[in-house]
Design a protein around this ligand. Structure first.
Ligand SMILES: [Zn+2]
Length: 98
């Protein structure tokens, strides 16, 4: 595994993960050390008794020691606010295709 000197890394740095953890799919990794994660969820529409599909985008910090790319499913954990848009950090890859 690559050496990691990232202070915002939950494993090697001093960033503590607390609060909620979520799972989502990476839709963009164009930023340095950041990824955009999409979460799909269902919202009940009571008038028509159906579920609406909704999605939300969350920007998360990606430490250099975690190797993920667009399309990967990842688990993210809530941290203190890391930058203007980031308050989550990528913890690990989930659901690796077998
Ligand atoms: Zn690290």
């Amino acid at each position: 595994m690559a050496e990691c000197k990232d202070k915002k890394c939950p494993v090697h740095g001093d960033t503590k993960v607390r609060g909620i953890t979520l799972q989502g799919t990476i839709v963009s990794d164009k930023m340095t050390n950041s990824v955009v994660i999409e979460r799909k969820h269902l919202v009940k529409n009571s008038k028509y008794e159906r579920f609406e599909r909704r999605k939300s985008h969350i920007t998360a910090h990606k430490p250099p020691c975690i190797d993920v790319k667009v399309g990967d499913k990842v688990e993210i954990g809530e941290t203190r606010k890391l930058s203007k848009t980031k308050s989550f950090v990528v913890l690990r890859k989930v659901g690796d295709k077998k």
